[in-house]
Write a protein that binds this ligand. Structure first.
Ligand code: FES
Ligand code: FE2
Length: 435
């Protein structure tokens, strides 16, 4: 199938065709032109720390294993046996020496190589058969400061080029000291009846919803402030290659406060000066502030809570959420524990804020498929600072004020670029301003 996605996505005027949220032909093209092409987040290095550690996840709908091999390399390979196609690993995570397929017993190493099979001699006498040809299909793997990404596209640019200057912002979470970061143990998984792009566009630039969707929860948890205060004063949206971050520089700890763990706010405050010396004043305000971000296409994060999550597509109207909590490695066990509880209280399947969101995305998805409804457009036009000069010099496409639809329009612009491209050669990349 080929579509002219630009006819569905009018990013300039902020008008979207609802079809992109439920149509199966479009969804199948997304699996090919987005997920099989992009650098997809698959793990944090701390989840596969040593030889034998593995976790399983998905790139698009392709099941993959992420495993640390004996030589220290991290390998990402299809979780599908090349013999008859059975899954070779059914666990979510663990430690193992080899993956042995349930069906006929082919055994694969942590590097994906086919090491052996029952009744080996049957193959010794098979002309032209070579074990080297029949390992698990592998993806390219690169890391950025603890985050592991993989792509199945040989033509994809380097991860550094893919992230571009968005790395400058990511460092405000990933590079605040020499010790780096880690994920707390465990993954929460939940299934939503929504299109994967709803959560993606929500995190890339939609703080607008927080004032309404989360108002009641915010009042209940933060009674002294009476809810979430978000303004376009001293706040911004920034976008690079479809990745986006909307943030306030006015309240350094706004997100962190809503976790209800005073010790975390104290901890963040105690780190601020050192982070400012390392990364400059602007970035020292990003770790806990009222903000959200997304690495295109489907890895989102929230400063403060430090929840990281992927929106794994399971068809046009289903999405599996995998979530983790990231912490600075140098933090004490006590602080890490408070982070775990604070993140679970707010942004977990039963979290007081997360539950608000899922329902909206589900009803938006289901509603769009109605026969008459599908022919109506969606409004992404909010642009209240259009004629105002951006008063700050930051990398990327910067828009003044976090309350606008700018990043969401740029996300869908990027989406359309991928969907309409024949190959990576047709996909533009923003020039990097540093290495
Ligand atoms: S399908 Fe895996 S060994 Fe046959
Ligand atoms: Fe939300």
């Amino acid at each position: 199938m080929s579509v002219n996605m630009k006819s569905y996505v009018d990013h300039k005027n902020g008008i979207l065709d609802r079809r992109i949220f439920w149509d199966d032909d479009i969804y199948q093209l997304e699996l090919k032109n987005i997920f099989a092409r992009c650098w997809n987040f698959v793990a944090h290095e701390s989840q596969v720390k040593s030889f034998g550690d593995f976790i399983t996840t998905y790139i698009g709908e392709d099941a993959v294993i992420v495993a640390r091999a004996k030589d220290g390399s991290i390998n990402v390979m299809l979780n599908s046996c090349p013999h008859r196609g059975n899954k070779v690993c059914f666990a979510g995570e663990g430690k193992i020496r080899s993956f042995v397929c349930n069906y006929h017993g082919w055994a694969f190493g942590l590097d994906g190589k086919l090491n052996g099979m029952p009744a080996n001699e049957l193959y010794d006498d098979t002309e032209g058969f070579s074990k080297e040809d029949w390992g698990l299909h592998k993806a390219r793997v690169e890391t950025y400061k603890g985050l592991v990404f993989a792509t199945f596209d040989e033509e994809a640019p380097s991860l550094a080029d893919y992230l571009g200057d968005f790395r400058w912002y990511l460092d405000a979470i990933l590079d605040i000291d020499d010790q780096g970061t880690e994920f707390l143990p465990g993954t929460t998984r939940s299934l939503l009846t929504c299109n994967w792009k709803y959560p993606a566009d929500n995190f890339v630039g939609d703080i607008y919803h927080a004032m309404w969707t989360h108002l009641s929860a915010a009042e209940a948890t933060l009674k002294e402030t009476g809810g979430i205060i978000v303004t376009n004063k001293n706040s911004y949206q920034t976008s690079v290659n479809g990745h986006g971050w909307e943030f306030s520089l006015a309240n350094n700890f706004g997100n962190a406060v809503t976790m209800g763990e005073k010790e975390i706010v104290k901890y963040l405050r105690s780190r601020e000066e050192k982070i400012s010396q390392r990364l400059g004043e602007v970035r020292s305000k990003l770790l806990g502030s009222v903000a959200s971000g997304l690495i295109f296409p489907n890895l989102a994060f929230l400063p403060g809570y430090l929840t990281f999550r992927t929106f794994l597509p399971k068809g046009p109207t289903e999405t599996e959420l995998h979530c983790w909590t990231l912490v600075p490695s140098e933090a004490s066990d006590e602080i890490k524990e408070k982070w775990r509880i604070g993140a679970m209280r707010t942004f977990s399947p039963s979290g007081i804020l997360e539950m608000d969101d899922g329902e909206n995305w589900e009803h938006a998805t289901i509603g769009n498929a109605g026969y008459v409804t599908r022919n109506q457009k969606l409004c992404y036009a909010m642009d209240p600072t259009k004629n105002q000069k951006v008063d700050i010099d930051l990398p990327g496409t910067v828009t003044k004020g976090q309350l606008n639809d700018a990043n969401q329009r740029l996300f869908f612009k990027r989406y359309a670029e991928f969907m309409d491209a024949e190959s990576w050669a047709d996909i533009p990349l923003a020039t990097k301003t540093f290495e």
